[in-house]
Design a binder for this molecule. Structure first.
Ligand code: ZN
Length: 382
């Protein structure tokens, strides 16, 4: 509709433009009726078609004069219907200057003949052009409004996505906010090859009693069947960490297989407990250049090996820790064995008794001001 009206306005403007030079070329004003309006006291120039179409003609609009009296109205109508006038109009339109229109006027100025038609057309064209311009401006404003709204919506969506990403990142990375005393010694107890609910809960019960935290390097394939235990780890501030998906020795795998073992474990742990591991322990601690280049995670080794998986003896495991532990050590144990659980119940109280803070690996590294880099091996943080 708007488009059509624009066309109309343009067509009328074009017609007007074409008509003007024709009139001027003839050089003969069609009707000039000098008049004096006794009522208004102002000059009443009826029509000056040689002037610009947009100009105000006289002090009164042409229509006002015509409507002011019956006699005038009749005169106008008579002119409009008269043959001679019609001929005159046609003559004008065809470029002939042989006849001149006649105007009969009363007290008021009157526009008649081709001049009236011309003026009316010009006025109509002007109004149409104005209307088209107004509508175009409205349309532009509406489009600008829509564009602004669209941009605002996009911005809001972007901000929401950022906030969501930040929230997920916060969930994906455990945040350890507890106060640690850097002047006191620290040790990181680590438990591999779980989760294993019976032993894991035993260890966590004891740690809760003594205010300690540990790190659990878990095999991804075991995680879904011990989901509640893994969720407890996160809830109680322990560190959930990656021990690959299937506990294969990574130095025997190619790059893609190594990445799959690591990534699948991270994905599985995160799916179960919401926290994505930041640390990796290599099965057996085994590695080569391909392993180091393809895990894309910091790799945490150890400096105290209890060999609990081999001895399956609580006394020997206790001795392996308490007989050698020092500040900044990383202790390797395994969650699979009941003897390890028994050993932990004795190790944890004694370490606390000796003044150790039992911390996660990430806490220990942070307390030592050590950044953990992907592709690097870490053994302890003295
Ligand atoms: Zn292992």
């Amino acid at each position: 509709m708007r488009r059509f009206r624009c066309y109309l306005a343009a067509a009328m403007a074009a017609a007007m433009f074409m008509a003007q030079p024709a009139m001027a070329a003839e050089g003969t004003p069609v009707v000039v009726q000098p008049a004096y309006d006794s009522q208004s006291g102002g000059p009443g120039v009826a029509a000056r078609p040689q002037e610009g179409a947009g100009e105000q003609q006289g002090t009164e609009p042409a229509g006002g004069g015509q409507a002011s009296g019956d006699s005038i109205q009749e005169a106008v109508e008579g002119q409009a219907s008269g043959d001679s006038i019609q001929e005159a109009v046609e003559g004008q339109a065809s470029g002939s200057s042989s006849s001149t229109p006649v105007v009969v006027a009363g007290g008021d100025p009157v526009i008649s003949g081709p001049a009236a038609k011309q003026a009316a057309e010009e006025e109509a064209a002007r109004q149409a052009a104005e209307e088209a311009a107004r509508q175009a401006a409205e349309e532009a404003a509406r489009q600008a409004e829509e564009e602004a709204a669209r941009q605002a919506a996009e911005e809001a969506a972007r901000q929401a996505a950022e906030a969501e990403a930040a929230r997920q990142a916060a969930q994906g990375r455990q945040v350890f906010t507890r106060q640690l005393d850097s002047s006191r010694p620290m040790v990181a107890l680590t438990f591999d090859d779980g989760p294993n609910t019976s032993v894991g809960n035993q260890i966590m019960d004891c740690l809760a009693q003594y205010g300690g935290k540990a790190t659990f390097f878990m095999v991804g394939s075991r995680v879904p069947t011990h989901a509640a235990e893994v969720q407890r780890m996160v809830a109680e501030g322990h560190e959930v960490a990656n021990h690959t998906m299937n506990h294969k020795y990574l130095q025997k795998l190619d790059a893609a297989q190594i990445q799959a073992e690591v990534n699948q474990c991270n994905d599985t742990i995160q799916a179960v407990c919401g926290a994505r591991p930041a640390l990796l322990r290599l099965p057996g601690g085994n590695h080569n250049a391909t392993v180091l280049a393809n895990t894309h995670m910091p790799m945490i080794q150890w400096n105290i090996d209890t060999r609990d998986w081999k001895t399956r003896n609580a006394d020997q495991t206790v001795e392996a820790v308490l007989g050698h532990v020092k500040n900044g050590d990383i202790v390797l144990m395994h969650e699979l064995y009941s003897q390890t659980g028994e050993a932990a119940l004795r190790i944890i109280p004694e370490l606390v008794n000796r003044g150790y803070q039992l911390v996660t690996v990430s806490e220990l590294a942070a307390a030592r001001g050590r950044g953990l880099e992907a592709g690097k091996l870490y053994f302890s943080f003295p």
